[in-house]
Design a protein around this ligand. Structure first.
Ligand code: C2E
Ligand code: MG
Ligand code: MG
Length: 278
């Protein structure tokens, strides 16, 4: 199914904003383009002739399949860098984040694929691109993953550790892998308002990341209550349905025009009683 979709060009990218709740604007000051928006995460979708737009859960195996992982990975690199370059030319200085499968990251050709994709899009600085990796690749082959990620950093790319906290070895990866961003998995973020254990885990990850000078992005932010509590934890970069679901590229300029982080920051509700603040 996925190979067919790939060959028929029915794989497309959706984009979900990553926002910063540090608004930084003085009263009366105009809103700069993209203010409050750090960038977008590219998320793959399949256009199915009968079932419509499908998310990766419907074809997850293909993304890491020996025959398809690199081909799909190269498609994603090219599609996202093309889009990012276009937005930069249009005056939207957005960071572009892409998910890299473990198989593609560990492929001996990965760095060549990455270099070729960057060279084909010279108007998008590598520093504006971020690759998101889960702990699967380092678990399979730590030395190769470590060396490849270092080489990516040397190319100027940012590295994000995705779904952070879900794996058993996360903290030791923080020590040994060259990362600039940690994305706290949505399974911890979802219940921070009600579950003190999840709250403690997110607080711990955020404190550690901040002390290490890493950017920390909370995934799965769905309500203003989540936003407010995360801010008290000093977690200011967020992604989730509160701001927007993943959307087709064509909707992004309109969304950027209508987005204003002040609408969220000024709209805070009291925290539920009994919830600890730090
Ligand atoms: P991920 O990289 O952790 O991406 C975040 C997922 O959380 C996305 O699911 C996104 O739609 C979803 N999400 C974002 N905000 C919220 C929220 O507020 N609430 C809830 N319930 N969900 C939220 P999606 O698009 O289904 O992607 C699932 C996973 O598939 C991704 O997780 C990533 O691991 C993988 N994936 C997506 N695109 C690609 C790709 O281009 N290549 C590869 N190799 N993997 C991809
Ligand atoms: Mg991701
Ligand atoms: Mg994630």
């Amino acid at each position: 199914m996925t190979q067919e979709a790939f060959e028929e060009q029915r794989l497309i990218m959706y984009y979900q904003p990553v926002v910063s709740t540090r608004d930084g604007s003085a009263p009366g000051q105009g809103i700069a383009p993209c203010q409050g928006v750090i960038g977008f995460e590219a998320l793959i979708r399949m256009v199915h002739p009968q079932r419509g737009i499908l998310g990766p859960a419907a074809f997850a195996n293909a993304l890491d399949h020996p025959r398809l992982a690199r081909r799909i990975g190269c498609f994603v690199l090219d599609a996202v860098l093309t889009q990012g370059e276009q937005w930069h030319r249009d005056g939207f200085p957005l960071r572009m984040s892409m998910n890299i499968s473990a198989r593609h990251l560990l492929d001996p050709e990965f760095l060549n694929d990455m270099r070729a994709a960057l060279a084909a899009h010279p108007d998008l600085a590598p520093e504006m691109c971020e690759i998101e990796v889960t702990e699967t690749a380092p678990m399979l082959d730590f030395p190769t993953a470590q060396e490849t990620l270092r080489a990516c950093n040397n190319l100027g790319l940012r590295i994000a550790l995705d779904d952070f906290g879900t794996g058993s070895a996360s903290l030791s990866y923080l020590q040994k892998l060259p990362a600039q961003t940690i994305k706290v998995d949505q399974s911890f973020v979802r219940d921070i308002l009600n579950d003190p254990r999840d709250f403690a885990i997110v607080a711990g990850i955020t404190t550690t990341a901040n002390m290490l000078g890493l950017e920390v992005v909370a995934e799965g932010v769905e309500t203003v209550g989540h936003l407010q509590l995360l801010k008290t934890l000093d977690c200011h970069a967020m992604q989730g349905y509160l701001f927007s679901k993943p959307m087709p590229a064509g909707e992004v300029p309109g969304w950027l025009k209508s987005f204003n982080i002040l609408n969220y920051n000024n709209n805070l509700t009291p925290l539920p009683e009994g919830l600890c603040r730090i």
